[in-house]
Ligand binder design. Structure first.
Ligand code: LLP
Length: 444
């Protein structure tokens, strides 16, 4: 289904942060901050998050669902989690999908109301479950039989009854990269449809420290189709109706996961948040009528579409190599350790030279990272304005799954992250230091 006519463009459909322009010096400016000045002040590589873009998409999601009262927005922390990002999104009314002790710890540190969190994951450790219950996560989405008994023990040790959702595999395939499809039947996540009843029986008869409130599914990431969401909601509601009838229960919560795509390249065409919201609401309406059930409480877990577009990464151009009769490689001072997506998924990005130049002379080049790996290529064959040593390269759309998947490969320090807003910039993640890099090493 294409966007409805007159559907406003939403942030996830842009390639650049909202207030991005070329200023009078010819430099790229984001939210009133000249990127060349930012580089001078903070160094590179530098992750830059634009607060206005972040808050705008958060508000677009809320606006798009405002006529569905029973909705809970749960930002998927895995896309990008820092204390300040959590604080901003919480101030916009978002709860959090968390998948590790580290994410639980961070959102708690940021002052999040822990009732507004859901703990997901296919192999949660006992320590993580203990932390989750100690800090009071709202719901645990239980993924498998082992976890049911583990969580029941943990809940018992706290003398608590923990609310749980059952993560199910809805059997829906979406057309995205194979590594980020999750809802098809041959997936490591969740209970297969034929295993659900056994899980419920266990909860009702044996695991009495668990209270099941609903079902959870997630079908994949960077999704441009809308019908898959319609179908997913249909499966969740069908199963909920069937379970309620069979076990005389009153489940009324569905968590449909995340997955809405963003525009990395001009050729990408993700639906707007309003279109997705309309499809979801229509599916709920249609299926509730079909099954004669009340509208459920809906949880939605967007990650990439919330933070992706708000983020860019700035690099300094260094060495270059012209392969005789071949490509021109231009190296920057970052790469696969701060953004593993190109080497992992073949992900593509748009970029520009951010410092203004006297003349425009476009050149086709390949942007290489600085890491010791020939696969460390950030962008293959891109037209840029004659990149040369000292120039600033701005790669767009790096807010999601860049920093959150970054590493210290080659013992390179993780970059700083700054937040820009209205001509102001502040550090939200400091650059690592060499001292921090060795602090956990033990010399015998
Ligand atoms: N909920 C669940 C249960 C998930 O597993 C995920 C993502 C999300 C929500 C959020 O999905 P999003 O709205 O961000 O698409 N590293 C990959 C993406 C992996 C996504 C994993 N799960 C990438 O860089 O493309």
């Amino acid at each position: 289904m294409p966007d409805m006519p007159n559907t406003p463009v939403t942030v996830n459909q842009n390639i650049r942060p909202l207030n991005t322009k070329i200023n009078e010096k010819g430099n790229l400016e984001i939210s009133g901050c000249d990127t060349v000045d930012l580089v001078e002040k903070y160094g590179t590589p530098l992750y830059v998050m634009d607060e206005v873009t972040l808050r705008t998409i958060a508000r677009e999601y809320k606006e798009a669902f405002k006529d569905y009262k029973k909705v809970n927005m749960m930002y998927a922390s895995k896309a990008l989690m820092t204390a300040q990002i959590a604080k901003i999104l919480h101030s916009e009314g978002f709860g959090f999908d968390v998948v590790s002790g580290g994410e639980i710890y961070t959102v708690n540190k940021a002052g999040v109301n822990m009732e507004m969190t859901t703990f997901n994951g296919n192999n949660k450790t006992t320590d993580e479950l203990l932390l989750a219950l100690e800090l009071g996560v709202g719901r645990v989405s239980v993924d498998n039989f082992l976890e049911l008994s583990l969580l029941n023990e943990v809940a018992k040790s706290f003398d608590k009854v923990q609310k749980v959702l059952l993560r199910i595999t809805p059997g829906i395939e979406c057309h995205t990269h194979e590594y980020i499809q999750t809802g098809h039947l041959d997936s490591k996540f969740g209970f297969d449809l034929v295993q659900i009843d056994e899980a419920i029986e266990l909860i009702l008869k044996e695991f009495t420290n668990l209270e099941i409130t609903g079902l959870h599914a997630h079908i994949g990431s960077q999704i441009f189709e809308t019908k898959v969401y319609y179908d997913e909601i249909g499966v969740l509601l069908r199963e909920m109706k069937r379970i309620n009838d069979k076990f005389d229960l009153n489940l009324n919560e569905i968590n449909m996961g995340g997955g809405l795509g963003i525009t990395y390249m001009e050729s990408d065409c993700p639906p707007s948040v309003y279109t997705i919201a309309d499809v979801i609401k229509k599916s709920i309406k249609d299926h509730c009528e079909m099954y004669d059930i009340d509208e459920p409480v809906l949880f939605i877990e967007p990650g990439r579409s919330i933070v992706g577009t708000a983020g860019v990464t700035l690099y300094t151009v260094g060495s270059s190599k012209q392969v005789p009769n071949g490509r021109k490689y231009v190296a920057v001072d970052g790469g696969m350790a701060d953004n593993p997506r190109p080497s992992m998924y073949g992900a593509k990005y748009e970029a520009v030279i951010a410092n203004g130049k006297k003349e425009e002379k476009m050149q086709k080049v390949t942007i290489a990272g600085r890491f010791c790996e020939s696969g460390d290529i950030l962008i293959k064959d891109i037209e840029l304005n004659s990149p040369e040593a000292g120039d600033v390269l701005c790669v767009f759309n790096t807010g999601a799954y860049g920093y959150s998947m970054s590493s210290n490969y080659n013992r390179v320090l993780k970059p700083k992250m700054i937040l820009v807003n209205n001509s102001q910039s502040d550090i939200i993640v400091k650059r690592e230091t060499y001292e921090q890099l060795v602090q956990n090493d033990c010399l015998l």
